[in-house]
Design a protein around this ligand. Sequence first.
Ligand SMILES: NC(=O)c1ccc[n+]([C@@H]2O[C@H](COP(=O)([O-])OP(=O)(O)OC[C@H]3O[C@@H](n4cnc5c(N)ncnc54)[C@H](OP(=O)(O)O)[C@@H]3O)[C@@H](O)[C@H]2O)c1
Length: 290
Amino acid sequence: MHSSEHDAPGIEWRLSREEVVPFLRVPVDDRRTTPIEFPPPWPDRPWTFGVMVASSNGVVAWRRRGARDDPVRTILGGEDRPERIADRRLMRLLRSVGDVAIGAETVREEPKLVPTPQEPGDEPAPELYRFRTSRGLSYHPRTILYSLYGRLPIAHPVFHTPGLQPIVVTTHAGARELAARGVSATPAKLLVEALPDPAALARVHRRLHAELGVRYLACEGGQTVLHALHDARLLDEVFLTVTDVVIDDSAHEDLVKIFDFERERAELVAEGRIAPDSRYTFQRWRFRSR
Ligand SMILES: NC(=O)c1ccc[n+]([C@@H]2O[C@H](COP(=O)([O-])OP(=O)(O)OC[C@H]3O[C@@H](n4cnc5c(N)ncnc54)[C@H](OP(=O)(O)O)[C@@H]3O)[C@@H](O)[C@H]2O)c1
């Protein structure tokens, strides 16, 4: 059993086409045989990548029956599995690349989420923060929150963790709701556009690039926001962890699945496992190339 990140095996990327146009190389340690590389960001918008975990039959979420009905934990399977540790480490690495984006529903349903490489309770990761600050980035990634109606829980730690600058992407109605909820008492910055028009979302991403210097954006879901980004042609790729858990489609309400990447003509640019007999697959699906 691997009780810590330190002694758990890393992902061996057996297929990795990104080496063709490496621009940014994410630091690796001796546990990772293949570095993770990124192409350059777009000249006018951030390079945007999803970070998701799906069951072996593609399920990413469902409507919760209560606080203990957690789709993500169920999809990931057993607590101490080395695959699960590798998945968490990958997410922490991907948080060190640039800034992080999340949908309002994920914020509402995950009350403890603090999207930074070292969440409370995580093992220290000074090298990930050094990787950020050495490239001129803020210590914590900024948190970009997408909300049409502004129904965000202002008491959530994303609004109160020192140094974790929240940026809320919303509408005029959303801004009014947020004002009523007391957003001005938090450090949040608002970007207001006529969403959900895809052209307005594209404008938001141009503003993130031009006004706030966002170059790489890790969108940690949920699927609603990933679809909106994809419809606006803003989602460049998705890092997808496929677990060996099978979810019974009929056992849950409002079951949500990940993209059908092949039908969407996405290209599998990287694929890895932590061991040849591991039944988790780490995939990287590219929608747009650079
Ligand atoms: N498997 C995974 O890897 C994974 C990852 C993340 C989350 N999840 C799970 O997925 C569930 C939540 O996902 P979800 O798909 O329901 O919700 P979500 O994508 O997290 O958030 C949806 C919300 O985003 C806002 N929104 C929708 N369209 C938008 C647009 N075009 N522009 C700006 N904002 C927009 C709306 O906020 P308002 O309602 O405030 O207007 C909407 O309610 C949770 O159970 C979570 O735990 C799973």
